[in-house]
Design a protein around this ligand. Structure first.
Ligand SMILES: Cc1cc2nc3c(=O)[nH]c(=O)nc-3n(C[C@H](O)[C@H](O)[C@H](O)COP(=O)(O)OP(=O)(O)OC[C@H]3O[C@@H](n4cnc5c(N)ncnc54)[C@H](O)[C@@H]3O)c2cc1C
Length: 469
């Protein structure tokens, strides 16, 4: 006999728990199913543990720089990786048990542990158990891609998940993938004391970003001794004694990078291949992402998909925003939509990159007349006082309407400062509003109005008058 609920939530990532509790609070009888760790990727193998480790790496970095600030540390700085891991585990665990306790303590809500599979658009099985509900919400997230590189089966490798068990210092960490996850781990382990080589197939790091962002990030990492190998078109792996060799076929430098450990950081894939979606009539795209409309409904009536598995975002905040959209539509009579949101995220190297809106390339591609304001962090008082002057701030504005189109703050506090620009964009305020705002001194954000008063034509953008074709 199937157990009957008003709603079933599959997965306890960043959308599922909040939605389940909200539905239960509205009087619905809700089942939540989790197959592994409560809280999902962010809590256990993603944002929270990595940012906790980034903080340890920052402490080591600043300790090494202490003398520049007139502070004596008294001896060489070393890192105790067991304690780094223990600190990270404690922070993650608190969050994980918090999510689990919250779910288990919620009235009208039943927690199941196990692998959920659709039997139909209304029925889900967990082993021999069968649940049925008129509403099913999928929040199954994703996992690291293991690319089919030649030799991959012959060498041991780490992913972002198994990196969480590392409680020792790799002698030489070779990272395949020069994007967000690879760069965060790369700088972090360099600061812990490993030799680090990052191998990237493209001609620049984080190639989705603007060229000036990629170039400055490269400078920041190379200044700390991270080796970067670009244009690695045919990566192949092999064992070389106790070490791992990655042939990189780059246009310059030796043809092989040899390290003690290998981290694969080449992207993620959705956990949709073992869900029985075909039995529910839930359609996926060719990469396995669940296809959804602007309110996150799938092709099967009564089934929604939230978070990374729907391909509409790959962040904790996009997943949580998915929850808000679905809850607003179902419970508040408020027709919120995915298309209401503005692209925003951060890269947590140090200094961090805060990003919102369009890249320069997207602005140029739009055919709109655009202006840009840019300032190096060496000309930001707060950064100078802190002795952290790497990077720059950049804001792009529509020349005709003064709409803020995008921004990149690569510098100390960039992950926070970006929000003053993002919120002005949500308010649909022209750049002149922000330009006239009085900001607090001394802060990084105090330069945002100044930058908006120094706009120049954006290279490559249309300059002539009249509307874009
Ligand atoms: C190394 C790393 C660093 C990151 N850093 C950041 C960051 O700084 N900021 C940021 O915004 N994002 C970051 N992310 C991304 C972020 O972690 C995810 O976008 C976020 O966790 C949202 O995921 P989700 O809600 O889609 O599901 P997830 O958090 O992936 O959770 C899905 C859950 O579903 C469960 N599940 C899967 N299939 C089934 C099934 N069939 N039955 C039952 N349960 C199932 C899984 O066990 C898991 O617990 C990072 C990711 C990684 C890997």
């Amino acid at each position: 006999m199937a157990k009957t609920y008003d709603a079933i939530v599959i997965g306890t990532g960043q959308a599922g728990p909040s939605l389940a509790v909200r539905l239960a609070g509205a009087g619905q009888k809700v089942a939540v199913i989790e197959r592994k760790l409560f809280g999902g990727t962010c809590v256990n193998t993603g944002c929270i543990p990595t940012k906790t480790m980034v903080a340890s790496a920052y402490a080591a970095h600043m300790a090494r720089r202490a003398v520049e600030y007139g502070v004596n540390v008294g001896g060489p700085v070393t890192v105790d990786m067991k304690r780094v891991k223990a600190r990270k585990d404690a922070v993650s665990e608190k969050s994980r048990t918090g999510v689990e306790g919250w779910l288990r303590g919620t009235k009208n809500l039943t927690v199941y542990e196990g692998q959920a599979r659709f039997e139909s658009a209304r029925d889900v099985s967990i082993g021999p158990e069968r649940l049925t509900a008129p509403q099913i919400f999928i929040n199954v997230g994703g996992r690291a891609v293991v690319p089919a590189l030649p030799g991959i089966d012959t060498v041991p490798y780490l992913t972002n998940s198994s990196m969480m068990d590392v409680d020792f210092l790799p002698r030489h960490l070779v990272i395949v993938g020069g994007s967000y996850i690879g760069l965060e781990f790369g700088q972090m382990f360099r600061r812990f004391g490993s030799e680090v080589t990052i191998i990237e197939m493209a001609s620049r790091l984080i190639s989705r970003e603007d060229e000036d962002v990629s170039a400055t990030v490269r400078e920041i990492l190379e200044a700390e001794g991270v080796h970067i190998r670009l244009n690695a078109k045919c990566i192949a792996l092999s064992k070389r004694g106790d070490e791992i060799a990655a042939s990189v076929d780059c246009t310059d430098g030796p043809p092989t990078a040899v390290g003690s450990h290998l981290l694969l950081a080449v992207g993620r894939r959705p956990n949709t291949d073992d869900l029985g979606l075909e039995k529910a009539g839930v359609e996926v795209d060719k990469r396995g992402y669940i296809m959804v409309d602007d309110q996150l409904r799938t092709s099967a009536p009564g089934v929604w998909a939230l978070g990374d598995c729907n391909g509409r975002g790959a962040f904790t905040h996009t997943s949580y925003n998915d929850y808000e959209i679905v809850a607003a539509n179902l419970l508040d009579g408020d027709s919120r939509r995915v298309s209401d949101r503005i692209q925003a995220y951060a890269l947590y190297i140090d200094p961090p990159l805060g990003r919102c809106g369009w890249t320069d390339a997207q602005v140029v591609g739009s055919g709109r007349r655009a202006l840009v304001g840019k300032r190096p962090m060496t000309r930001v008082g707060r950064a100078v006082e802190k002795g952290e002057t790497q990077g720059f701030m950049k804001i792009v504005v529509d020349a005709d309407t003064k709409e803020i189109m995008g921004a990149a703050i690569l510098g100390v506090g960039g992950d926070e400062v970006i929000h003053c620009i993002l919120d002005a964009m949500y308010a649909k305020a022209p750049s002149t509003v922000l330009q006239r705002a009085m900001h607090i001194h001394p802060t990084v954000a105090e330069l945002v109005p100044t930058i908006l008063g120094e706009l120049k034509p954006l290279t490559g953008a249309r300059t002539g008058a009249g509307s874009a074709a």
